[in-house]
Write a protein that binds this ligand. Structure first.
Ligand code: NCD
Length: 322
């Protein structure tokens, strides 16, 4: 593993499988009454959030706490950032407090890269979503979820078909998923209106289409993306109604999926827009499970980047006690 996790492309196949296998091990360890492991005792993880977040922020916090790290949560609202403090001065402050890892979410694409390669801080940097660029831990938790449902006992996603639908243009989730799934050998098709596909998408390791119905019958997983209105400065489609008619996943479209196929969404959802409520709440929807898997995957990332003590170390072995 590299020292930082900035892009899904930082992970080769072995690294990605190591994170996913470690996450599975951690999920099993914490799937019991006492969820805490002593692995990162004495280490400090700072969550630096310049952009709104529910799932990602809470999940990184839960992950660090379950590994017994000290956690400092920093959100730009209510901090000196609103007084105009720069990323550099914020970083120097964190460094002075002895952060071993900084988890950063920022509205500007490239902010985590700047933080990692500026020399301002000595610890590891984890990208928790930067602008419209990348969100590598989301891709990891998505792959973890797909592996649980689709990969069989060998845990291999090679050849699995994943259809990613919607606002690809503004989605850091889509880019990170395409990169990671390609590394793992899955076949990805991006489905979106032409206005919501980024320039240069031809060079991404995936196929593209404008026709959703054509890519449901053979999909193993369909991932719906949120329409990111807050990043839209123009009209990208005629109306919300027209968008959901062409690109929304409703009950009729869900019925086209093979029986084993799962429905995913990174959240937050616009119910009734990209996904109908009956689909979001259907038995094949794994949206809530994605959130819990996020904790295990982020535990694995922090554990591997910070080189924690051996898994299970410091715990009493009930067999030895008897
Ligand atoms: C995504 C994000 O913030 O990039 N959400 C998440 O992390 N779970 C997707 C989104 O905002 O639509």
């Amino acid at each position: 593993m590299k020292r930082h996790l900035l892009s899904a492309a930082d992970l080769d196949r072995d690294d990605a499988l190591l994170v996913l296998d470690t996450a599975a091990e951690l999920a099993a360890l914490t799937d019991r009454a006492v969820k805490k492991l002593p692995t990162l005792r004495g280490r400090t993880v700072v969550n630096l959030f310049f952009e709104d977040s529910t799932r990602t922020r809470i999940s990184f916090e839960a992950a660090a706490k379950r590994l017994s790290a000290d956690v400092i949560n920093f959100s730009a609202k209510g901090s000196s950032v609103s007084k105009g403090e720069s990323l550099k001065d914020t970083a120097l402050t964190l460094e002075a407090m002895g952060a071993d890892a900084v988890v950063i979410r920022h509205g500007a694409s490239g902010a985590p890269h700047r933080l990692a390669h500026s020399g301002w801080i000595g610890g590891s940097v984890v990208n928790a979503g930067d602008g419209t660029h990348e969100h590598p831990t989301q891709a990891l938790l998505d792959a973890f979820t797909m592996r649980r449902h689709l990969a069989g006992s060998v845990g291999d996603l090679a050849g699995r078909r994943v259809t990613i639908v919607g606002d690809v243009l503004h989605s850091r989730v889509a880019r990170s998923n395409v990169l990671l799934l390609a590394t793992l050998g899955a076949e990805v098709t991006l489905v979106a209106p032409p206005t919501l596909l980024p320039v240069g998408v031809e060079s991404w390791p995936c196929a593209t289409s404008y026709d959703l119905d054509a890519h449901l019958r053979d999909a193993d997983a369909v991932m719906m993306l949120r329409v990111q209105r807050e990043r839209m400065n123009a009209a990208f489609f005629p109306s919300a109604r027209e968008y959901s008619r062409r690109y929304g996943l409703d009950g009729r479209r869900m019925a086209l999926l093979p029986d084993h196929a799962i429905v995913m969404h990174p959240g937050p959802m616009n119910r009734g827009m990209e996904i109908a409520a009956e689909v979001a709440d259907a038995p094949r929807s794994v949206i809530v499970e994605q959130v819990s898997n996020g904790v295990s995957v982020r535990m694995a990332v922090l554990y591997l980047l910070l080189g924690g003590a051996q898994l299970g170390a410091g715990e009493t072995d009930p067999a030895a006690e008897a």
